[in-house]
Ligand binder design. Structure first.
Ligand code: AMP
Length: 114
């Protein structure tokens, strides 16, 4: 756990969040400022600053997060599709330095992103 990390505090339960899924390795909760009708963040409980900070030993955890994201999408009724986003670093638009997948859905989306 990183002491100054908002998402570590959510994992620890010291900051509230609307959880939609949890298991030993991961947590999924609703984004505070939803960009789409469904907007859930899937995070590892372990503090990893970003996808750029992940190492080989995180491979199965990263795969697990993708599977959790798909499970959350199904649970949220996103049968028509959804978008998974992992903003990474300043140019990637990352604002919280704890690796997370955005599960975005509930409307059709355009490409490329801004
Ligand atoms: P990113 O910009 O990719 O780093 O995404 C960070 C996301 O975390 C943003 O969409 C924020 O709205 C969301 N966020 C920040 N603080 C919280 C919080 N306490 N609970 C839920 N979502 C949050």
């Amino acid at each position: 756990m990183a002491a100054d990390c908002i998402f570590c505090r959510i994992v620890a339960g010291t900051i509230p969040a609307t959880k939609v899924f949890e298991d030993e390795q991961s947590l999924a909760f609703r984004d505070l400022h939803p960009a789409t009708p469904v907007h859930v963040l899937v995070i590892p409980k372990e503090h990893i600053a970003s996808t750029a900070h992940a190492v080989e030993s995180h491979a199965s955890l990263l795969g697990h997060l993708m599977l959790v994201a798909a499970k959350v999408a199904e649970q949220e009724g996103l049968a028509k599709g959804f978008r998974l986003v992992a903003n990474t670093g300043a140019d990637g638009g990352q604002t919280v330095d704890h690796l997370h997948l955005h599960v975005l859905g509930g409307r059709s989306m355009t490409w490329p992103p801004g």
